[in-house]
Design a protein around this ligand. Sequence first.
Ligand SMILES: [Zn+2]
Length: 173
Amino acid sequence: MPRMTLAHEGCLACDLASGRRPLPGGRLAERSGWVVEHAVAPLGLGTLVVKPLRHVLHVADLDDAESAALGPLLRHVSAAVTEVVRPEQVYVCLWSHAGGQPGHIHFVVQPVRREDMERFGAFGLSLQTAMFAADQRPEPAEIEAFCTRVRPLLAAGTGSSQDGEGQDGEISS
Ligand SMILES: [Zn+2]
């Protein structure tokens, strides 16, 4: 089996990454085998997806470079959406199990606002379930506008983690 499978026929994640399907906002960042995009799922404006460029179905199948980059990248993406959205919390989760079948893994980085919780009367997994049931997606123009704001933040501070995020808030712990 080839290790570097770059696109898999019929895979939504591969199709979005390769441009075979339209992706509002386009590719936001790329680093160490990972790409960042705005989510196409109905999880609200500002929800980003972090996924390997390779068609990887299981976290256990990530290679060493992908694994090493993952933690810093999730932190970096979470910091960027925090700066733009100022949410109550940022959920970071991975299911990749649509239809009960292993799919191209993708971490969802979801900024959750107070109004999201109030609108759906839920938080955590129940909030995500309610958002999927409501199936309301942001307009492509809204996504494009959000991506214009978050793209420079994602581009900044790549590499070193000394990018000073959180500088305007006191760290109390
Ligand atoms: Zn794929």
